[in-house]
Design a protein around this ligand. Structure first.
Ligand code: CA
Length: 226
């Protein structure tokens, strides 16, 4: 998944973003609420981690503005204060869940996964196309009975293709979904990783699940290439 981390304390922001990346997710950091507003408008995020205490627009105002501008990605609010009022304000502002600081990274990750699963759209716990299966929480994938050995980026790309199986996705959409900001210009990165993926999920099994869509990009067949 791709996560926007909104936090002005560099240490905390880096810690969360690094943790997410180590789990194979893409993470962008916004240090101000104002930045979060344009970033969330410019890229599709699966979830937003939003600190309450921010300079300028605080977390509540940022959350309200995000919803006003039509950003419906689940928002997990971070609050340092154990005040009931804060939690209520956060939920009223349109947040989906909150976490008290200090928190364990494992809990943050579990909450994010639960939020993304509950988000509108198809968010099954197990993604499938024919005999190609992927479990986002366990970070495992299989072709039939054979478990696939995928790098983190290969996994992220396959997860994205599976979530939107049957749809032709442009290289830009694939980059946006599986990589972070700053990679927008290297669209051949997608071609390279699609080649890696095909060598792991298709070729050894005599399948062709990832189709090249001329002039657009790639599509994962709904039947998994059977
Ligand atoms: Ca803060």
């Amino acid at each position: 998944m791709r996560v926007l981390v909104v936090e002005d304390e560099p240490k905390m922001a880096t810690l969360v973003a690094r943790g997410l990346r180590e789990e194979g997710h893409a993470a962008d950091i916004a240090s101000r609420g104002e930045d979060a507003l344009w970033m969330a408008g410019a890229a599709p995020y699966d979830a937003i981690v939003l600190d309450v205490m921010l300079p300028g627009l605080d977390g509540f105002a940022t959350c309200r503005r995000l919803r006003e501008q039509g950003v419906w990605a689940p928002v997990l609010m971070l609050t340092a204060r154990d005040a009931v009022g804060d939690r209520v304000d956060g939920l009223d502002a349109g947040a989906d869940d909150y976490l008290l600081k200090p928190f364990s990274f494992a809990e943050l990750l579990a909450r994010l996964r639960a939020l993304v699963r509950r988000a509108p759209g198809e968010r099954p716990t197990l993604l499938e196309a024919g005999d190609l299966r992927l479990d986002p929480a366990a970070r495992r994938a299989w072709r039939g009975e054979a478990e696939l050995d995928l790098s983190m980026k290969e996994f992220a790309l396959l997860e994205l293709l599976l979530r939107r199986r049957g749809e032709a996705l442009s290289r830009g959409q694939l980059l946006e979904g599986a990589w972070e900001l700053g990679f927008e210009s290297c669209s051949n990165l997608v071609d390279v990783y699609v080649r890696y993926l095909r060598d792991k999920i298709d070729r050894p099994f005599g399948r062709r699940s990832i189709e090249t869509v001329r002039g657009i990009g790639y599509r994962l067949r709904r039947d998994g290439g059977v």
